[in-house]
Design a protein around this ligand. Structure first.
Ligand code: G3H
Length: 526
């Protein structure tokens, strides 16, 4: 084992003994759960204890919910009625404090979820940028709405208003970025929030608790810990949640949704599973396609919803592709996240290697071969990516979202083979299309855009840049996220209308001059 650099060593444990409810960091002395890293700090392998988090129960969950409900106060609370510039000041206060926690959070990202140092830094910086971009976008939205329009003799002052109380649940693979890409727009639009961090990537929220507490009015942000089933279920059953914002899998999203007694009231902002394919046409630039497929299938060990999870290669070039691709996979360096040029890192879920092994065994039983020498090599916290070929529909790996290091390759003769599979698939997030002949690409692009929501031409799939729409069809998403779209997803159009006559116009003018209403206002921020 390579020695752990001084600055990344775990010198003290984080015991999270409070949770944030109603503006108070409430002490918790009840049951707690230990948080382990699958990374070992000793020569003989042993998971590393990082700290503990409260195991809250139904009572505390409902307390958090009541705090959020009271802060919203049927739309009359301080936060939902606050002036745009005041909400922005709260957000600025928060992000200024957040920036001071970079080192601590980056270190925890590495230990808790095994993300490489450069990727952990990127996750932090991208999240800070996301907050600033959201503030700018909100100002733009406010500028666009600072006006009256008139149609058929009726004046309208149309803005976007909050939806209410949001339950926010984030994923372990981007415990900061993806979670904040829900939380930040939800908050800035005037909603109040109950947020439960993911199981892995939970301690990295601890350095931010005080910033959440002192930046927002009480009850606007409530942060709870515990098992999803114990804390999220009663919150949903109360019927007081207006928006379920969740990045995770459709099984948990459906289970939670079904707990809500009035499903028509519940709005959903969901980023769910995907099985994004790469399609490598016979005229593709093979070097480029291999580079991008390596990044798409292996970055963060394939634990990205946008990862390439099936690779279709035209039969004329599949032998060459497989040979070069397998060699490239075997050349990837495995190590701890802080090690230089490391590409593959420990898996945060202790049972993941076994699950991936099960997928490999099933595929091999049904006729696939492991093409690369190191494929399937197992250690205590890892299983080296196996390149499986030929993969067919009878195999589990064809259908299941592996969300881990294993790469299935399928050869095709006719382009309708991958197109038919995509049409039949439960998922519809993105595709990577490799080729260069326009005559072939044109009709293909026209078909693919209607099967998924982003066609990546000669590049792997990804969410970013965050200003672009991030969504999916079928079981892959509900609603759209981007800096711009998220503000829409967490709000609703609402307006004041009045007939154009002297009586109403005088009132409107007085309303504007008095500056008594935060909604009826033509002021805007530059
Ligand atoms: O897990 C899904 C993430 O949204 C992927 O984001 O494409 O930036 O890695 P990314």
């Amino acid at each position: 084992m390579n020695p752990i650099p001084e600055q990344f060593q775990i010198k003290s444990l984080i015991h999270q003994t409070t949770f944030l409810v109603d503006g108070e960091l409430k002490p918790w002395s009840g049951e707690s759960s230990e948080v382990y890293s699958t990374i070992s700090s000793t020569e003989t392998y042993k998971p590393t204890l990082l700290g503990t988090i409260p195991t809250l129960g139904e009572k505390e969950a409902l307390e958090a919910m009541d705090a959020a409900v009271n802060a919203y106060n049927r739309g009359q609370g301080l936060w939902p009625t606050m002036k745009v510039r005041h909400r922005i000041s709260c957000m600025e206060k928060f992000v200024t404090q957040m920036k001071t926690k970079r080192e601590e959070i980056v270190k925890l990202l590495m230990w808790e979820i095994g993300k490489t140092l450069p990727d952990s830094e990127k996750e932090f910086d991208r999240t800070v940028d996301y907050i600033y971009d959201t503030i700018e976008e909100y100002k733009q939205l406010d500028r666009d709405n600072a006006k009256f329009e008139k149609n058929d003799g009726v004046y309208a002052h149309i803005r976007r208003g909050p939806l209410g109380v949001v339950l926010c649940l984030g994923p372990y693979n981007y415990p900061l970025n993806e979670t904040f890409a829900l939380l930040i727009p939800a908050l800035i639009m005037g909603n109040t929030v109950i947020f439960k961090p993911a199981k892995h990537g939970v301690l990295l929220i601890s350095p931010l608790l005080e910033a959440f507490q002192n930046s927002f009015p009480k009850g606007v942000v409530n942060i709870i810990y515990g098992r999803g089933r114990t804390v999220a279920t009663p919150i949903m059953q109360s019927g007081k949640i207006d928006v379920l914002a969740l990045i995770g899998n459709s099984k948990s999203a459906n289970a939670l949704q079904n707990e809500h007694p009035k499903s028509n009231r519940l709005r959903l902002v969901l980023g769910l599973e995907a099985k994004n394919p790469a399609i490598v046409l016979k005229d593709a630039d093979l070097d480029l396609a291999i580079d991008e497929c390596i990044a798409g299938t292996t970055s963060f060990n394939g634990q990205r919803c946008t990862a390439l999870k099936l690779v279709y290669v035209h039969e004329d070039i599949v032998q060459e592709f497989n040979k070069r691709f397998s060699e490239r996979v075997d050349a990837l360096k495995f190590g701890n996240p802080w090690e230089a040029s490391v590409k593959l890192t420990p898996l945060p879920e202790p049972d993941k290697p076994e699950y991936i092994q099960g997928l490999i065994d099933d595929a091999v039983d049904k006729g696939a071969k492991i093409l690369n020498k190191r494929g399937g090599e197992t250690s205590e916290n890892y299983i080296f990516p196996a390149v499986l070929f030929p993969v067919n529909k009878k195999m589990r790996i064809f259908h299941e979202e592996q969300f881990g290091p294993v790469i299935p390759i399928i050869s095709f003769k006719d382009i309708n083979e991958p197109l038919d599979d995509m049409a039949e698939s439960n998922y519809g997030q993105q595709v990577s299309l490799f080729g260069n002949e326009v005559k072939t690409l044109a009709p293909l692009i026209d078909a693919l855009v209607n099967l998924v929501c982003r066609v990546n031409l000669n590049s792997s799939c990804q969410r970013g840049p965050d200003v672009y729409p991030f969504t999916g069809r079928k079981d892959s998403a509900v609603a759209t996220l981007s800096v711009h779209d998220a503000l829409r997803s967490f709000s609703i159009r609402t307006f004041v209308a009045s007939k154009d006559n002297d009586y109403n116009n005088t009132i409107l003018k007085k309303l504007l001059d008095s500056k008594g209403s935060n909604f009826v206002s033509t002021d805007y921020l530059l």
